[in-house]
Structure formats: structure tokens, C-alpha cells
Write a protein that binds this ligand. Structure first.
Ligand code: ADP
Ligand code: MG
Length: 239
């Protein structure tokens, strides 16, 4: 089973949901080692994305949806994270191009390009206590899962698990990039908010794959009289 536009749109919707549900936690994390706006920034951005999702044409491909997320986040999310996360989606869109469906290798390419976009913008390395501490282990785990023969859902689950571990791994670190770097040792003991939001977004990608996978399975087992594939004109015997 490869993943298409329905996966990407579900990923976006699920991301908006989890960012909204965890808005206060992200604000609290950013208050501890930053300025407290991270949850607000991302929630505003993803709410705007959800508004714009309705404008996607019916024949949109995964890359179109990823590009819409990119441009919306770049224009609506302030702070460091707007351009960083926006660039991640922009590079992800570039990596998948015009493909209608994404197999495991394309999913790994998408995640790798997203991470590389963050690095291009922010120049952070693993251990700097940033969102890269979630993204890079996620990309590595996704590539390993692909090599081990996992399917798309398995690859995304591996990425999500590694991102969660990566977010946790930021707790004992001193920050070397972003606002938290001004705190020196006082950042120790606090989780980086951007790594936490990245882990949430990657979990959303994995959950969305499970969701569309189970939809596809129930559609396959649906009776033969389910909706016709060509719902375009709606009339028979057109002139
Ligand atoms: P700001 O720091 O401008 O208030 P946010 O609070 O929205 O922006 O985002 C803060 C998050 O951005 C941090 O938790 C960190 O994960 C991420 N971040 C900051 N600088 C960088 C960087 N150079 N590279 C990667 N991520 C970064
Ligand atoms: Mg902030």
C-alpha cells in the first residue's frame, strides 16, 4: 500500500489537532527555556493551514498539499519556528514532486528533505537542543525501517517513535541554537519545545497512515454496490 493525497491531508488535519491539543504544553515548555510563544505560533499556523486546505483542487497531489502547508506556515507563524518548519514542508514538497502516490522510499525521501530543510535554515546539529534532535533520529529510523523491509506505515511508526525518544533526549542538554542558548546551563532539565512539536507532527504522520490504511481496507471489503468511481457529472446520458 502506498500513500497518496488522502494520507497527506489526514496528516495535516491530525497535526493541527495534536498541536491544538498540546498548545498549552508547548507554551509551557517554551516558557521554561524561551519566550513562551511556540504553542501559540504553531497553533495559529496550522489553523490557517486547515482553512486553506479547502481550496486544494480535487486533483491535488501530495506535493501540492505539502507546499500549501509550507507557504501558509511561512506567512503566518512568527518566531524561529515559522521559517524552519515552513522550509521543512517546502523541501518535502520538492522531494515528492508531482508523484500521486508515495512508496516507502518516497516517504524516507520526504522526511530526509524536510530535515535537510531545517538544517539549511537553522544550521543546527544533533545535540544542539533543537527540533533537529527529533528530526534526525526520525529520518535515520525511517531509513533503517525501509532497509528492513517495513511498509509505509511501519516506516512512519519508526520515525515517530525515534522522534519521541529524540525529544526526550534534549532534556539534559545545554542549547547551542535559538533563544534557549542564552540560558546556558539553566536550560538543562527542560525539553526543547521544537523537538516536542516535531515529535507530535511525526506521530500525526504515522497515525494518519494507520487511519487511511484502515479506510482502504474497509473500502476493499465494502460491497460491490458502493459509490461509483466517476462521480464527476452525476447524470447519465449526458449530451
Ligand atoms: P522563537 O524561539 O523565535 O520564539 P519558537 O518558540 O516558535 O520561536 O520556536 C522555538 C524552537 O525553534 C526551539 O524549541 C527549537 O526547537 C527551534 N529552533 C530554534 N533555533 C533553531 C535552529 N537554528 N535550528 C533548528 N531549530 C531551531
Ligand atoms: Mg518561542
Amino acid at each position: 500500500m502506498s500513500l497518496g493525497i488522502d494520507w497527506v491531508t489526514e496528516w495535516i488535519r491530525e497535526s493541527a489537532r495534536v498541536i491544538s491539543d498540546n498548545r498549552v504544553e508547548l507554551i509551557t515548555l517554551d516558557r521554561e527555556i524561551g519566550d513562551g510563544d511556540h504553542g501559540e505560533n504553531l497553533d495559529r499556523g496550522f489553523s490557517a493551514v486547515i482553512q486553506k486546505l479547502a481550496d486544494l483542487p480535487g486533483d491535488a497531489v501530495p506535493g501540492d498539499a505539502l507546499k500549501l502547508v509550507a507557504t501558509t506556515l511561512i506567512s503566518t507563524v512568527g518566531g524561529a519556528s515559522g521559517p524552519l518548519v515552513g522550509t521543512a514542508y517546502l523541501k518535502a514538497a520538492g522531494a515528492v514532486g508531482k508523484a500521486e502516490t508515495l512508496d516507502g522510499a518516497a516517504i524516507v525521501a520526504l522526511l530526509t528533505a524536510a530535515r535537510d530543510g531545517v538544517v539549511l535554515r537553522g544550521k543546527a546539529e544533533v545535540g544542539d537542543k533543537t527540533m533537529i534532535d527529533a528530526w534526525t533520529p526520525a529520518v535515520d529510523a525511517a531509513a533503517q525501517a525501509l532497509a528492513d523491509g517495513a511498509d509505509e506505515a511501519g516506516i512512519l511508526a519508526a520515525a515517530a517513535d525515534a522522534a519521541e525518544q529524540g525529544a526526550k533526549s534534549t532534556e539534559p542538554l545545554v542549547a547551542r541554537k535559538g533563544r534557549a542558548s542564552y540560558l546556558g546551563e539553566r536550560a538543562i532539565g527542560h525539553r526543547d519545545p521544537g523537538s516536542q512539536s516535531s515529535a507530535l507532527i511525526l506521530r500525526a504522520a504515522s497515525d494518519a497512515a494507520v487511519e487511511v490504511g484502515s479506510d482502504a481496507r474497509s473500502a476493499n471489503s465494502a460491497p460491490a454496490d458502493s459509490a461509483p468511481a466517476d462521480g464527476a457529472s452525476g447524470t447519465s446520458g449526458a449530451s
